[in-house]
Design a protein around this ligand. Structure first.
Ligand SMILES: *Cc1c(COP(=O)(O)O)cnc(C)c1O
Length: 431
């Protein structure tokens, strides 16, 4: 028997007994033109603003106003070591030690910096493996890296495709590919959670398979960080990069995160693109001509970071520290499971869910393929105050986020969706 029920009372009970329900009030919920709260399911694209940010931001503006350059040392949160204030939280978030993580740059920039060091193609071993339907920026990044090294993406870029008629990749198929072709693969770099299908990959097994063939293994965690628990250190992942504005609620284009496994902390022999902020802190301000990298992830920094952006990351990470990734995942499994249950309950063939059924193979997001008139359904959802995401030609992505979405949000969404696809009879509307 299902743990869920299709009446609105069930959603109310779930919200009433949800230990994380209070976190919603720590975020600004967007409103419709009529002034009612939106149903926000777009945390996979841009997370909501923490209410605490305004005061935290004002503090930095105030310190800059009053102290000028002295703020580097005498601001309430001194700017010089500011990125270090984030290391503990980021390490907890991705399952790493603080020296393995750093907040710097933006996601695509970090992917490039990491590939400069860890994509070292040779005539025998030169391929990069990504998943089909990888995020366009990742495709452009790997294509350009391949070309930069004088290889042809036609030969050097491998996109793993699901089996015919399936929308998710099977781990055993990924492993079989690596077993067969791994000797020619320099780098495996998948999205930890694919942005389009919402599939969560078994990063531990993929890393093990890659390493058994001598490949570097990396993940783009844009859709995984803050969405699912991660153990990057224990899994042995070589490097990983993520942005902070999706599930991490740190604001549009905010500073990204980067993980470099401890085993590479002192690989000063590898090529890297350098800047002064990656230079040994003891001697950075001697401004000498020779570069000496900091040990660990910090050694890949280029510039002194944008404090007005890091303050948003810091504020958002405090919320993650309080809530805890494990508790968030527990709620997330129920919340997304509930949405999948209700959609299934509609018993409609007007749509298909692209995201794996198995909760272990997905995070928050469900990708719904609407077979006819999807664009119209999406537009009408928008008009009803639902904020979700549209991907051409027929996909609506919906992400119930455990920090600020409720079971009643999910219920209301499915009621609206049901009406728009003509399956309204299956659910009674909220009273
Ligand atoms: C969101 C996203 C990006 C965006 O890259 P930016 O450099 O932050 O603009 C890249 N890759 C993936 C997989 C994403 O989901």
């Amino acid at each position: 028997m299902s743990q869920y029920r299709s009446e609105i009372d069930f959603a109310r009970q779930m919200d009433a007994s949800d230990p994380l329900a209070g976190y919603r009030s720590q975020f600004h919920m967007p409103r419709t033109k009529q002034g009612t709260e939106c149903l926000y399911f777009c945390g996979n694209s841009l997370g909501l603003q923490p209410k605490a940010l305004e005061a935290a931001m004002a503090q930095e503006l105030e310190d800059w106003k009053n102290l000028g350059v002295e703020g580097h040392f005498h601001a309430k949160n001194p700017w010089m070591p500011y990125h270090e204030f984030l290391s503990e939280s980021l390490a907890r978030l991705v399952g790493a030690s603080p020296s393995e993580v750093v907040a710097m740059n933006t996601l695509t920039v970090n992917l490039h910096l990491m590939m400069v060091s860890f994509y070292r193609p040779t005539p025998e071993r030169f391929k990069i493996v990504i998943e089909a339907h990888a995020f366009p920026s990742d495709q452009y990044a790997v294509q350009s890296q391949v070309r930069y090294h004088g290889f042809d993406p036609e030969q050097a870029l491998v996109e793993l495709q699901p089996r015919a008629g399936e929308s998710a990749l099977r781990t055993e198929d990924i492993e079989a590919y690596i077993e067969r072709e791994g000797d020619s693969v320099a780098l495996i770099m998948l999205g930890g959670v694919n942005y389009y299908t919402g599939q969560l990959f078994d990063m531990q097994r993929i890393t093990r398979a890659g390493h058994s063939k001598g490949c570097m293994v990396a993940f783009d965690l844009a859709h995984a960080a803050g969405n699912v628990p991660l153990q990057l250190h224990d899994w042995g992942v070589d490097f990983a990069c993520w942005c902070s504005y999706k599930y991490l609620n740190s604001g549009p284009g905010s500073v990204a995160g980067c993980f470099v496994h401890e085993r590479h902390a002192e690989r000063f022999d590898l090529p890297r693109f350098c800047g002064w902020w990656g230079h040994d802190k003891q001697t950075r301000f001697k401004m000498g001509p020779d570069f000496h990298a900091i040990s660990g992830a910090e050694g890949w920094q280029l510039s002194n970071p944008p404090i007005l952006s890091l303050v948003a990351v810091k504020t958002a990470m405090q919320i993650f520290d309080q809530a805890g990734m494990q508790s968030l995942r527990e709620k997330s499994l129920k919340l997304t499971g509930y949405m999948a249950y209700l959609l299934d309950h509609l018993n409609s063939d007007a749509f298909t869910i692209l995201t794996p059924d198995d909760p272990e193979q997905r995070g928050c997001q469900l990708s719904i393929l609407v077979h006819q008139g999807g664009r119209k359904v999406f537009t009408e959802l928008e008009q009803q105050g639902v904020i979700c995401d549209w991907r051409e030609p027929d996909c609506i992505r919906v992400a119930p986020v455990p920090l600020y979405n409720s079971f009643q949000d999910v219920y209301q969404f499915v009621v609206l969706f049901a009406r728009l696809i003509g399956a309204a009879g299956q659910l009674r509307e909220a009273g």
